[in-house]
Design a protein around this ligand. Structure first.
Ligand SMILES: *Cc1c(COP(=O)(O)O)cnc(C)c1O
Length: 354
């Protein structure tokens, strides 16, 4: 079997959840486990985050998988339902829904379901989902008149919580429109949790920070006390010695300027490693930091062993995890930790630590 593996450390998830709780002490925590638990496996994530007050997912299938696994917490569908059939199912299973647009409002008003809990979404500048601030008030009173709706939470999602400009304008807009309303309020994602304590309110909705990756570029996950929940590892399966002037890999993108040893690692873009990782992307071999060289291929990539004379076939490689932050690989590759974690390929065997 290829030596590649993703190890999921549930105790790191639990630890990161406790960081959220210590940061937002007054708030309830809705753990976001969409996208297969940010690549960690939905149920692996839920097990590590079992102490969360609620879960958020995208699809009804994910919500049902959590219910079937025995989770009793509130479960929220972040995009709401896509059909009247789904509305029936969420009502029967006690799953909460976002209502973000007129079409969903009408579906709800015209339904004969018994009860459902709704998170009404305001668009505060992301312009993705949600009622514009001018339309929010009337959407809220329509919901309040729906006998099917048993509980209403007011929510928004910030476009710039991780940017220099912050959230003051959209947050002020949300506060102005929802002022005096007694409904619970929910606005903060990971970046907002870590940067803007005034946004914690009744609920917080952390995603990426639970998995031990940073939501704020330029500030490491470790600096927030977070631990990597995914350790992506493999081994060296071949060694090559390059003479001066020899190149390695497709396109000969790296050429040796001295005689050097390189290691061939059993991991490529078909495993979820970013093909855009340039020469010099951080990687660890036998616990020592080194760098990738040459173009990442489908099933293999190359590491510099110049400073690692003891490295050999079978040496362990950490693609990302404790030693190599996923965020460092992401930054080198022009992306964010979220994308790398979510893109771990189905062919990578997963091992779960408890
Ligand atoms: C994905 C998502 C979150 C979590 O965001 P992170 O940046 O991963 O913390 C919170 N709220 C909504 C509506 C989301 O879609």
């Amino acid at each position: 079997m290829r030596p590649i593996q993703a190890t999921i450390d549930r105790s790191a998830l639990t630890h990161n959840l406790s960081v959220v709780k210590a940061t937002a002490k007054q708030s309830k925590v809705m753990a976001v486990v969409k996208a297969n638990g940010y690549g960690h496996g939905l149920l692996n994530a839920a097990q590590g985050l079992a102490a969360a007050d609620a879960f958020a997912v995208l699809g009804l299938d994910e919500a049902l998988a959590l219910r079937n696994a025995g989770y009793q917490q509130e479960i929220l569908l972040l995009e709401g339902v896509f059909s009247a059939d789904e509305l029936l199912t969420v009502s029967e299973q006690g799953i909460s829904i976002v209502v973000h647009c007129e079409a969903q409002m009408e579906m709800l008003e015209n339904s004969h379901i018994k009860s459902v809990s709704v998170h009404l979404k305001m668009n505060t500048g992301m312009n993705r989902l949600g009622f514009k601030s001018e339309a929010f008030e009337s959407a809220l009173s329509r919901l309040a008149q729906c006998q099917q709706v048993t509980e209403i939470t007011l929510m928004t999602h910030f476009a710039t919580a991780d940017e220099a400009q912050g959230v003051s304008a959209p947050f002020a807009l949300f506060n102005r429109v929802t002022e005096g309303k007694s409904h619970p309020k929910s606005v903060a994602n990971s970046a907002s949790i870590l940067r803007f304590s005034e946004t914690h309110l009744d609920w917080v909705r952390p995603g990426i920070m639970l998995y031990g990756s940073t939501p704020v570029s330029g500030q490491s996950a470790a600096s927030f006390g977070l631990r990597a929940a995914m350790h992506f590892t493999s081994q060296i399966i071949a060694i090559q010695v390059l003479e001066t002037g020899e190149s390695v890999g497709y396109g000969q993108r790296f050429t040796a300027d001295k005689k050097m040893r390189i290691g061939i690692v059993a991991c490529g873009y078909a495993d979820g490693y970013p093909r855009h990782a340039p020469n010099g992307t951080p990687i660890a071999v036998d616990g020592l930091m080194t760098q990738t060289l040459g173009r990442v291929s489908m099933d293999m990539l190359f590491v510099d062993l110049s400073a690692l004379p003891d490295a050999t076939i079978g040496s362990s490689v950490e693609l990302w995890g404790n030693q190599v932050p996923v965020d460092a690989v992401a930054e080198s590759s022009g992306t964010i930790g979220y994308e790398l974690l979510c893109a771990i390929a189905p062919r990578v065997p997963v091992r779960v630590l408890t």
